[in-house]
Design a protein around this ligand. Structure first.
Ligand SMILES: Cc1cc2nc3c(=O)[nH]c(=O)nc-3n(C[C@H](O)[C@H](O)[C@H](O)COP(=O)(O)OP(=O)(O)OC[C@H]3O[C@@H](n4cnc5c(N)ncnc54)[C@H](O)[C@@H]3O)c2cc1C
Length: 308
């Protein structure tokens, strides 16, 4: 219930104005977001890479309704990829993009504009020597995102995509997508969805995640296990042992600031763990989804407000 309320708030302009104006919010946001500028984020990324972790960087922003904003987001990604190449960290630092930040929700020409912007980012990633993963947003965007992915993969077969276990359609999507080398980030799903399209119950979502892991590891795809859940990580490890996968044929992924000891333990065990590092001024939607995932985060946030 609390989670659904927070997810509804994540899309409310009025709540956004209230929450983003409370000065103390910033301290709580800092736990999940690596600063507002690329310069600040670059420090965090270099530190993580120095510790043996891999990174995927998200420039925060979503649901853009203006083509000029979408172009500005694209250009920010192009600058960012150039910077990673200059810093010599592109080998371990890729980017994650939300197509709604690149124009997928524009009133006109949304498909063409978001594809053109994503294409330019993929070209820059190729020049920098790294890869791109498409985040997945709410269920209304899945068909458009998979359509864009299919076009991008003709020229950039290494483009990855996030697939949400909570969606009822996912089993079919995974069967279609699990071709050799296909980079698939399996996540539980962070959006409030109607029961007609998604499993409403946490146990059902966990069971769907476990089934999807088995499909992924049993295929020729490159699984990217996007979860902090120790049970899901155990299941992935069992499947890795059963299928004889080597550490270069899959990876774990976790969010910046969450279960950081587990991230380092995976790397210490010789496996790849990629940290999803978001940065930028438009952190509201991302932050609210992180609060919705865990009631303890809301308590931490409210305590900070009281003790400010
Ligand atoms: C790399 C990565 C990329 C993602 N990309 C997408 C995407 O493109 N689209 C999408 O819909 N979702 C995305 N997500 C979010 C995902 O869908 C889940 O909402 C999120 O990962 C929580 O699910 P969980 O698997 O960690 O399991 P949960 O059962 O939610 O959590 C398991 C445990 O992890 C820890 N934990 C989880 N979340 C938090 C938190 N917010 N704060 C503190 N501790 C926490 C807690 O210890 C919790 O008990 C992504 C997640 C990751 C890790």
């Amino acid at each position: 219930m609390l989670s659904r309320t927070l997810l509804a708030m994540s899309r409310s302009g009025r709540t956004r104005r209230v929450i983003t104006r409370v000065p103390v919010t910033r301290r709580v946001v800092d736990r999940f977001v690596a600063g507002e500028s690329l310069g600040e984020a670059a420090w965090v990324i270099q530190r993580l890479v120095g510790e043996g972790l891999s990174v995927t960087v998200d420039r925060l922003g979503e649901d853009t309704l203006d083509a000029a904003d979408a172009a500005a987001t694209r250009d920010a990604y192009l600058r960012m990829l150039g910077r990673f190449a200059d810093l010599g960290i592109a080998g371990r630092t890729e980017v994650s993009v939300k197509l709604s930040a690149l124009g997928q929700r524009l009133p006109r020409d949304a498909g063409r504009i978001s594809l053109d912007n994503a294409y330019a980012i993929c070209e820059a990633a190729r020049s920098a020597g790294t890869t791109v993963t498409l985040d997945m947003e709410d269920h209304t965007t899945v068909d458009a995102t998979l359509g864009t992915l299919a076009v991008l993969r003709k020229d950039f077969p290494w483009v990855g995509v996030a697939i949400q276990a909570m969606l009822r359609r996912t089993e079919g999507d995974l069967r279609d997508l699990s071709v050799a080398g296909s980079r698939i980030r399996l996540v539980k799903g962070a959006y409030a969805e109607p029961a007609s399209v998604a499993f409403p119950d946490r146990r059902q979502i966990d069971a769907a995640y476990a089934r999807a892991l088995a499909t992924l590891f049993g295929s020729a795809a490159y699984p990217m296990v996007g979860s902090h859940d120790p049970r899901m990580i155990d299941i992935a490890h069992r499947l890795i042992a059963e299928t004889g996968r080597t550490p270069d044929s899959y990876e774990f992924q976790m969010l910046h600031g969450i279960r950081t000891e587990e991230q380092r333990a995976l790397v210490a065990g010789g496996e790849v763990c990629r940290v999803y590092v978001p940065f930028g001024a438009d952190w509201y939607g991302y932050f609210m989804r992180r609060l919705a995932e865990r009631p303890a985060n809301v308590k931490f946030f409210l305590t900070s407000l009281v003790h400010r």
